[in-house]
Design a protein around this ligand. Structure first.
Ligand SMILES: Nc1ncnc2c1ncn2[C@@H]1O[C@H](COP(=O)(O)OP(=O)(O)O)[C@@H](O)[C@H]1O
Ligand SMILES: [Mg+2]
Length: 303
Protein backbone atom coordinates (compact mmCIF):
# COMPACT_ATOMS: atom_id res chain seq x y z
CA UNK A 1 0.00 0.00 0.00
CA UNK A 2 1.24 3.49 -0.76
CA UNK A 3 0.50 6.62 1.20
CA UNK A 4 -1.66 9.25 -0.49
CA UNK A 5 -1.01 11.80 2.24
CA UNK A 6 2.15 11.96 4.36
CA UNK A 7 2.30 14.72 6.91
CA UNK A 8 5.45 15.15 8.94
CA UNK A 9 5.70 17.57 11.85
CA UNK A 10 3.15 19.97 10.37
CA UNK A 11 2.82 23.24 12.26
CA UNK A 12 0.86 26.45 12.05
CA UNK A 13 0.42 29.33 14.45
CA UNK A 14 -1.57 32.52 14.33
CA UNK A 15 0.42 35.11 16.25
CA UNK A 16 1.22 33.57 19.60
CA UNK A 17 -1.53 30.95 19.31
CA UNK A 18 -0.46 27.56 18.00
CA UNK A 19 -3.29 26.05 15.90
CA UNK A 20 -1.41 22.94 14.71
CA UNK A 21 1.49 21.87 16.87
CA UNK A 22 3.77 19.49 14.99
CA UNK A 23 1.52 16.66 13.86
CA UNK A 24 2.45 13.65 11.74
CA UNK A 25 0.29 11.00 10.12
CA UNK A 26 -0.12 9.10 6.87
CA UNK A 27 -3.22 8.18 4.91
CA UNK A 28 -2.99 5.00 2.83
CA UNK A 29 -4.53 4.67 -0.63
CA UNK A 30 -8.19 3.66 -0.51
CA UNK A 31 -8.59 4.43 3.18
CA UNK A 32 -11.04 6.77 4.80
CA UNK A 33 -9.04 8.65 7.42
CA UNK A 34 -10.70 10.78 10.09
CA UNK A 35 -9.54 13.86 11.98
CA UNK A 36 -11.54 14.15 15.18
CA UNK A 37 -11.30 16.70 17.93
CA UNK A 38 -13.22 19.35 19.85
CA UNK A 39 -13.81 22.80 18.38
CA UNK A 40 -10.55 24.65 17.97
CA UNK A 41 -8.47 21.44 17.97
CA UNK A 42 -6.84 22.40 14.66
CA UNK A 43 -8.68 20.08 12.26
CA UNK A 44 -9.65 22.69 9.68
CA UNK A 45 -6.22 24.32 9.80
CA UNK A 46 -4.61 20.91 9.23
CA UNK A 47 -6.68 20.02 6.21
CA UNK A 48 -6.43 23.52 4.76
CA UNK A 49 -2.66 23.13 4.80
CA UNK A 50 -3.06 19.76 3.08
CA UNK A 51 -5.11 21.13 0.21
CA UNK A 52 -2.96 24.22 -0.07
CA UNK A 53 -5.45 26.83 1.13
CA UNK A 54 -3.41 27.82 4.17
CA UNK A 55 0.39 28.08 3.90
CA UNK A 56 2.32 25.69 6.14
CA UNK A 57 4.52 27.31 8.73
CA UNK A 58 6.79 24.30 8.90
CA UNK A 59 6.68 20.57 8.34
CA UNK A 60 6.74 18.32 5.33
CA UNK A 61 3.77 17.36 3.17
CA UNK A 62 3.80 14.69 0.48
CA UNK A 63 0.75 13.91 -1.64
CA UNK A 64 0.53 10.86 -3.92
CA UNK A 65 4.18 10.21 -3.09
CA UNK A 66 5.34 13.61 -4.35
CA UNK A 67 6.67 16.60 -2.51
CA UNK A 68 3.79 19.02 -2.72
CA UNK A 69 5.94 22.15 -3.07
CA UNK A 70 7.51 20.75 -6.20
CA UNK A 71 4.38 19.56 -7.97
CA UNK A 72 1.51 21.56 -6.60
CA UNK A 73 -0.35 22.23 -9.84
CA UNK A 74 -0.34 18.57 -10.84
CA UNK A 75 -1.35 17.45 -7.38
CA UNK A 76 -4.24 19.84 -7.11
CA UNK A 77 -5.97 18.23 -10.09
CA UNK A 78 -6.16 14.98 -8.11
CA UNK A 79 -7.89 16.48 -5.08
CA UNK A 80 -11.55 17.28 -4.42
CA UNK A 81 -12.47 19.46 -1.45
CA UNK A 82 -15.70 20.05 0.51
CA UNK A 83 -14.92 22.95 2.80
CA UNK A 84 -16.49 23.42 6.22
CA UNK A 85 -18.35 26.54 5.17
CA UNK A 86 -20.69 26.49 2.23
CA UNK A 87 -18.95 28.30 -0.61
CA UNK A 88 -21.40 27.66 -3.44
CA UNK A 89 -22.27 30.64 -5.62
CA UNK A 90 -25.74 31.69 -4.44
CA UNK A 91 -26.50 33.61 -7.64
CA UNK A 92 -26.10 30.56 -9.85
CA UNK A 93 -28.20 27.47 -10.42
CA UNK A 94 -27.20 23.97 -9.37
CA UNK A 95 -26.02 23.13 -12.87
CA UNK A 96 -24.11 26.40 -13.29
CA UNK A 97 -22.27 25.84 -10.02
CA UNK A 98 -20.98 22.53 -11.38
CA UNK A 99 -20.17 23.81 -14.87
CA UNK A 100 -18.33 26.90 -13.73
CA UNK A 101 -16.26 24.91 -11.27
CA UNK A 102 -15.45 22.38 -14.02
CA UNK A 103 -13.96 25.24 -16.07
CA UNK A 104 -11.00 25.38 -13.63
CA UNK A 105 -9.92 21.97 -14.83
CA UNK A 106 -9.88 22.64 -18.58
CA UNK A 107 -12.14 19.72 -19.38
CA UNK A 108 -13.68 19.33 -22.86
CA UNK A 109 -17.34 20.44 -22.86
CA UNK A 110 -18.51 16.93 -23.76
CA UNK A 111 -16.75 15.53 -20.67
CA UNK A 112 -18.23 18.28 -18.49
CA UNK A 113 -21.73 17.46 -19.77
CA UNK A 114 -21.31 13.77 -19.00
CA UNK A 115 -19.80 14.32 -15.57
CA UNK A 116 -22.42 16.87 -14.54
CA UNK A 117 -25.17 14.45 -15.56
CA UNK A 118 -23.62 11.53 -13.72
CA UNK A 119 -22.88 13.58 -10.58
CA UNK A 120 -26.41 15.00 -10.50
CA UNK A 121 -27.59 11.41 -10.57
CA UNK A 122 -25.06 10.24 -7.98
CA UNK A 123 -26.06 12.96 -5.50
CA UNK A 124 -29.79 12.64 -6.26
CA UNK A 125 -30.00 16.20 -7.55
CA UNK A 126 -31.58 15.27 -10.86
CA UNK A 127 -34.55 17.47 -11.62
CA UNK A 128 -33.08 20.33 -9.62
CA UNK A 129 -30.46 21.46 -12.12
CA UNK A 130 -32.21 24.77 -12.73
CA UNK A 131 -32.91 25.51 -9.06
CA UNK A 132 -31.15 28.50 -7.61
CA UNK A 133 -28.69 27.65 -4.85
CA UNK A 134 -30.53 30.15 -2.64
CA UNK A 135 -33.58 27.88 -2.67
CA UNK A 136 -31.76 24.71 -1.61
CA UNK A 137 -32.04 23.20 1.86
CA UNK A 138 -28.88 22.51 3.85
CA UNK A 139 -28.91 18.86 2.80
CA UNK A 140 -29.25 19.66 -0.90
CA UNK A 141 -26.43 22.20 -0.67
CA UNK A 142 -24.14 19.61 0.92
CA UNK A 143 -24.95 17.19 -1.89
CA UNK A 144 -24.12 19.86 -4.45
CA UNK A 145 -20.84 20.64 -2.67
CA UNK A 146 -19.99 16.94 -2.87
CA UNK A 147 -20.92 16.76 -6.55
CA UNK A 148 -18.75 19.79 -7.23
CA UNK A 149 -15.79 18.30 -5.34
CA UNK A 150 -16.00 15.22 -7.59
CA UNK A 151 -16.13 17.07 -10.91
CA UNK A 152 -12.41 16.55 -11.59
CA UNK A 153 -12.66 12.84 -10.67
CA UNK A 154 -10.22 13.25 -7.79
CA UNK A 155 -8.24 10.39 -6.26
CA UNK A 156 -8.32 12.14 -2.90
CA UNK A 157 -11.47 13.64 -1.41
CA UNK A 158 -11.16 16.01 1.54
CA UNK A 159 -14.29 16.78 3.57
CA UNK A 160 -14.47 19.21 6.48
CA UNK A 161 -17.48 18.36 8.66
CA UNK A 162 -19.58 17.15 5.73
CA UNK A 163 -22.70 16.38 7.75
CA UNK A 164 -22.76 19.08 10.43
CA UNK A 165 -26.26 20.47 10.74
CA UNK A 166 -27.89 17.88 8.48
CA UNK A 167 -31.03 15.94 9.37
CA UNK A 168 -30.65 12.16 9.90
CA UNK A 169 -31.94 11.28 6.40
CA UNK A 170 -29.43 13.59 4.73
CA UNK A 171 -26.59 12.30 6.89
CA UNK A 172 -27.35 8.70 6.06
CA UNK A 173 -27.69 9.52 2.37
CA UNK A 174 -24.30 11.22 2.38
CA UNK A 175 -22.73 8.31 4.26
CA UNK A 176 -23.96 5.87 1.60
CA UNK A 177 -22.50 8.06 -1.12
CA UNK A 178 -19.16 8.19 0.70
CA UNK A 179 -19.22 4.42 1.16
CA UNK A 180 -19.89 4.00 -2.53
CA UNK A 181 -16.94 6.26 -3.37
CA UNK A 182 -14.74 4.23 -1.06
CA UNK A 183 -15.77 1.04 -2.87
CA UNK A 184 -14.53 2.68 -6.04
CA UNK A 185 -11.14 3.16 -4.39
CA UNK A 186 -11.29 6.84 -3.54
CA UNK A 187 -9.08 7.93 -0.63
CA UNK A 188 -10.91 10.19 1.82
CA UNK A 189 -9.77 12.55 4.55
CA UNK A 190 -12.61 13.74 6.72
CA UNK A 191 -13.18 15.79 9.84
CA UNK A 192 -16.26 15.24 11.92
CA UNK A 193 -17.83 15.85 15.31
CA UNK A 194 -20.05 12.83 14.94
CA UNK A 195 -18.47 9.78 16.47
CA UNK A 196 -21.00 7.43 14.88
CA UNK A 197 -19.99 8.90 11.52
CA UNK A 198 -16.30 8.29 12.22
CA UNK A 199 -16.95 4.80 13.56
CA UNK A 200 -18.94 3.90 10.47
CA UNK A 201 -16.79 5.48 7.77
CA UNK A 202 -13.19 5.65 8.97
CA UNK A 203 -10.62 2.89 8.58
CA UNK A 204 -8.23 4.88 10.73
CA UNK A 205 -8.46 8.15 12.57
CA UNK A 206 -6.65 10.53 14.86
CA UNK A 207 -8.16 12.34 17.79
CA UNK A 208 -6.54 15.72 18.19
CA UNK A 209 -6.79 18.45 20.78
CA UNK A 210 -5.02 21.80 21.12
CA UNK A 211 -3.12 21.24 17.90
CA UNK A 212 -1.64 17.87 18.90
CA UNK A 213 -2.55 14.29 18.06
CA UNK A 214 -3.62 12.37 21.15
CA UNK A 215 -4.14 8.95 19.57
CA UNK A 216 -4.21 7.27 16.19
CA UNK A 217 -5.72 3.96 15.19
CA UNK A 218 -8.63 1.99 13.78
CA UNK A 219 -11.92 2.89 15.54
CA UNK A 220 -12.41 -0.54 17.11
CA UNK A 221 -8.82 -0.78 18.31
CA UNK A 222 -9.08 2.63 19.93
CA UNK A 223 -12.30 1.62 21.65
CA UNK A 224 -10.73 -1.57 22.99
CA UNK A 225 -7.55 0.19 24.12
CA UNK A 226 -9.08 3.22 25.78
CA UNK A 227 -12.49 2.09 26.97
CA UNK A 228 -13.02 -1.67 26.78
CA UNK A 229 -15.90 -3.70 25.49
CA UNK A 230 -18.89 -2.33 27.31
CA UNK A 231 -20.04 0.63 29.31
CA UNK A 232 -22.52 0.65 32.14
CA UNK A 233 -24.30 3.90 32.88
CA UNK A 234 -26.02 4.37 36.19
CA UNK A 235 -28.42 7.24 36.79
CA UNK A 236 -28.70 8.67 40.32
CA UNK A 237 -26.16 6.24 41.83
CA UNK A 238 -26.22 5.45 45.53
CA UNK A 239 -23.21 5.69 47.80
CA UNK A 240 -22.73 1.96 48.33
CA UNK A 241 -22.34 1.58 44.59
CA UNK A 242 -19.66 4.25 44.56
CA UNK A 243 -17.90 2.42 47.39
CA UNK A 244 -18.10 -0.87 45.55
CA UNK A 245 -16.54 0.65 42.42
CA UNK A 246 -13.73 2.15 44.50
CA UNK A 247 -13.15 -1.11 46.39
CA UNK A 248 -12.96 -3.16 43.22
CA UNK A 249 -10.81 -0.52 41.52
CA UNK A 250 -13.18 -0.45 38.54
CA UNK A 251 -12.47 2.11 35.87
CA UNK A 252 -15.23 4.72 35.94
CA UNK A 253 -16.17 8.39 35.81
CA UNK A 254 -18.36 10.00 38.43
CA UNK A 255 -20.44 12.77 36.90
CA UNK A 256 -22.51 13.34 40.00
CA UNK A 257 -25.95 12.39 38.76
CA UNK A 258 -24.50 9.68 36.56
CA UNK A 259 -21.81 7.04 36.82
CA UNK A 260 -20.09 5.83 33.67
CA UNK A 261 -18.36 2.50 34.23
CA UNK A 262 -15.90 1.11 31.70
CA UNK A 263 -15.62 -2.61 31.63
CA UNK A 264 -14.19 -5.46 29.62
CA UNK A 265 -16.58 -7.86 31.30
CA UNK A 266 -19.71 -5.74 31.20
CA UNK A 267 -22.26 -8.48 31.37
CA UNK A 268 -21.22 -10.00 34.69
CA UNK A 269 -20.70 -6.64 36.33
CA UNK A 270 -24.05 -5.40 35.04
CA UNK A 271 -25.82 -8.37 36.59
CA UNK A 272 -24.06 -7.82 39.88
CA UNK A 273 -25.02 -4.14 39.90
CA UNK A 274 -28.62 -4.98 39.10
CA UNK A 275 -28.82 -7.73 41.72
CA UNK A 276 -27.07 -5.98 44.58
CA UNK A 277 -27.22 -2.26 44.06
CA UNK A 278 -29.83 -0.83 41.79
CA UNK A 279 -33.02 -1.93 40.17
CA UNK A 280 -33.53 1.12 37.99
CA UNK A 281 -31.55 3.51 35.89
CA UNK A 282 -28.77 1.03 35.09
CA UNK A 283 -27.98 0.51 31.42
CA UNK A 284 -25.48 -1.73 29.65
CA UNK A 285 -24.30 -0.73 26.18
CA UNK A 286 -21.33 -1.40 23.88
CA UNK A 287 -18.36 0.95 24.24
CA UNK A 288 -18.22 3.53 21.46
CA UNK A 289 -15.82 5.98 19.92
CA UNK A 290 -17.66 8.74 21.76
CA UNK A 291 -16.51 7.19 25.04
CA UNK A 292 -12.92 7.25 23.76
CA UNK A 293 -13.31 10.86 22.65
CA UNK A 294 -14.72 12.04 25.97
CA UNK A 295 -12.16 10.11 27.99
CA UNK A 296 -9.29 11.63 26.06
CA UNK A 297 -10.53 15.18 25.54
CA UNK A 298 -12.56 15.61 28.72
CA UNK A 299 -16.06 16.86 29.27
CA UNK A 300 -15.51 20.60 29.68
CA UNK A 301 -17.15 22.81 27.08
CA UNK A 302 -14.93 24.29 24.36
CA UNK A 303 -15.28 27.75 22.85
N1 LIG B 1 -7.34 32.56 10.30
C1 LIG B 1 -7.16 32.42 11.61
N2 LIG B 1 -6.67 33.43 12.37
C2 LIG B 1 -6.47 33.30 13.68
N3 LIG B 1 -6.73 32.18 14.38
C3 LIG B 1 -7.20 31.14 13.71
C4 LIG B 1 -7.45 31.19 12.29
N4 LIG B 1 -7.94 29.98 11.89
C5 LIG B 1 -7.98 29.21 13.01
N5 LIG B 1 -7.56 29.89 14.09
C6 LIG B 1 -7.46 29.35 15.46
O1 LIG B 1 -6.72 28.16 15.40
C7 LIG B 1 -7.28 27.17 16.25
C8 LIG B 1 -7.68 25.94 15.45
O2 LIG B 1 -8.78 26.26 14.61
P1 LIG B 1 -9.41 25.24 13.59
O3 LIG B 1 -8.33 24.63 12.79
O4 LIG B 1 -10.49 25.96 12.85
O5 LIG B 1 -10.03 24.15 14.58
P2 LIG B 1 -11.16 23.06 14.33
O6 LIG B 1 -11.41 22.96 12.86
O7 LIG B 1 -10.60 21.82 14.93
O8 LIG B 1 -12.36 23.54 15.08
C9 LIG B 1 -8.46 27.84 16.95
O9 LIG B 1 -8.03 28.30 18.20
C10 LIG B 1 -8.80 28.97 16.03
O10 LIG B 1 -9.38 30.05 16.74
MG1 LIG C 1 -13.14 23.17 11.75
Amino acid sequence: MSAVIEVDNLRKSYGAAVAVDGISFAVQAGDCFGLLGPNGAGKTTTIRMIYGFTPRESGRLRLFGMDCDAAWRVLKAGIGVCQQENNLDPDLTVRENLEIFAAYFDLPSEVVRERVASLLHFTALEGREQASVRDLSGGLMRRLVLARALINEPQLLILDEPTTGLDPQSRHQLWSRLEELKQRGLTTLLTTHYMDEAQRLCDRLVIMDKGKILVEGAPLDLIRQHVGISVIEVVAPCDDMRRMLQDKGLSHEDLGQRLVIYSSDGDALYRELLDKHCREGCMLRPATLEDVFLRLTGRELRE
